[in-house]
Design a protein around this ligand. Structure first.
Ligand code: SF4
Ligand code: SF4
Length: 124
């Protein structure tokens, strides 16, 4: 590279905005269809277990607390999840979605990868 060209590039770099982002200090909005953390809406869950049955990664378990009063929990292992969204498509009740806001799922503590949704549920 010629010295003149290099000097030109250097001058442009000095006066232009950086191309990099200031993450994690500034977070850009994630794409609308990003498949992040699985979210469970228990209100309509019938405990059919299809989500767990169809999960190719074994990342879900449906826990039946009380079948008569339709109380269930959903156990989710994010470290096994491949974010394929099969469970979302399999749930006929529309209880599952993948958040495009919660996607920073790295953790130092393994307990973060064993989530029991509905742990404190009064109903459902
Ligand atoms: S997104 Fe895919 S891998 Fe993750 S829990 Fe659902 S079915 Fe399983
Ligand atoms: S979340 Fe959906 S697929 Fe899974 S047990 Fe409940 S109703 Fe069935």
């Amino acid at each position: 590279m010629k010295f003149g060209t290099m000097l030109g590039d250097l001058t442009i770099s000095l006066f232009s905005q950086p191309s990099t982002e200031r993450y994690p200090f500034e977070r850009s909005e994630a794409p609308e269809r990003l498949r992040g953390m699985l979210i469970w809406h228990p209100e309509d869950c019938i405990g059919c277990g299809l989500c767990a049955k169809d999960c190719p990664a074994g990342a879900l378990d449906v826990i039946v607390l009380d079948k008569e009063s339709k109380k269930y929990q959903l156990r989710y292992y994010p470290d096994r999840c491949t974010f394929c969204a099969q469970c979302v498509y399999s749930c006929r009740q529309g209880c599952l979605e993948m958040s495009n806001e919660i996607w920073e799922l790295a953790a130092l503590d393994r307990s973060m990868f064993d989530i029991i949704f509905g742990d404190c549920l009064e109903n459902g």
